[in-house]
Design a protein around this ligand. Structure first.
Ligand code: HEC
Length: 148
C-alpha cells in the first residue's frame, strides 16, 4: 500500500512539475498577461458593440486589469527571452527597448485615465474605449510578430 501511494504521488508530482517550470518563463507569463488584456478588452468591446449590457463594475475591473498589466508586463521581456515558448514578441523590442517602454507607458496612461473617469454609462465607456484601444495596434504593429 505504501509503495503504491508513493508511486501515485510520484506520477502526480512529475505531471505537475513540467508545466510549473514553463509557467515561470517570462515568455509564458507575458503571454498570459496579454491574454488577460485581450479578455478585458473583449468584454468591453461587447458592451460597445451592443452585444452585452453596459456593466459599470465589469468595465472598471477590465480597465484596472489593463492598467495593472501595462504597469508590470515590462519586466517580462529580459534579454534571452527573444525566442521560445511560441513567443510573438518582435526583435524590435530588444533593439528599441525605449520605444517599446514608451508604448507601454502610453497604454498605462490611457488605462489610468479611464479608471479615473470610472465610466458610468455606455457613452462614457465609448469615450475612453477608442483612445485606449488605439494603443494595442500601435504597439503590435512594431513589437509583435503577429499583427493586429
Ligand atoms: C507596449 C506594447 C503592447 C501594447 C500597448 C499592447 N500589446 Fe498586446 N502584445 C504585445 C506583445 C509584445 C505581445 C506578444 C507577447 C509574446 O508572445 O511573448 C502581445 C500579445 C498580445 C496578445 C496575444 C497573447 C497570447 O499569447 O495569446 C493579445 C490577445 C494582445 N496582445 C492583446 C492586446 C490588447 C487588446 C491591447 C490593447 C488594450 C494590447 N495587447 C496592447 C505588446 C503590446
Amino acid at each position: 500500500m505504501r509503495f503504491r501511494t508513493f508511486v501515485a504521488a510520484a506520477i502526480i508530482g512529475a505531471a505537475g512539475f513540467a508545466p510549473a517550470i514553463a509557467a515561470d518563463e517570462p515568455q509564458v507569463v507575458r503571454q498570459e498577461m496579454m491574454k488577460k488584456v485581450g479578455g478585458a478588452t473583449g468584454a468591453m468591446a461587447k458592451m460597445v458593440k451592443g452585444e452585452a449590457d453596459f456593466d459599470a463594475a465589469a468595465t472598471l475591473a477590465a480597465l484596472s486589469t489593463i492598467s495593472e498589466v501595462a504597469g508590470s508586463i515590462g519586466a517580462y521581456f529580459p534579454q534571452g527571452s527573444e525566442t521560445g515558448f511560441e513567443t510573438e514578441a518582435a526583435p524590435a523590442i530588444w533593439t528599441d527597448m525605449d520605444g517599446f517602454t514608451a508604448k507601454l507607458a502610453g497604454l498605462k496612461a490611457d488605462a489610468d485615465a479611464a479608471v479615473a473617469a470610472a465610466p458610468a454609462d455606455l457613452d462614457a465607456l465609448k469615450a475612453v474605449f477608442g483612445p485606449l484601444t488605439k494603443n494595442c495596434g500601435a504597439c503590435h504593429e512594431t513589437y509583435r510578430l503577429k499583427k493586429s
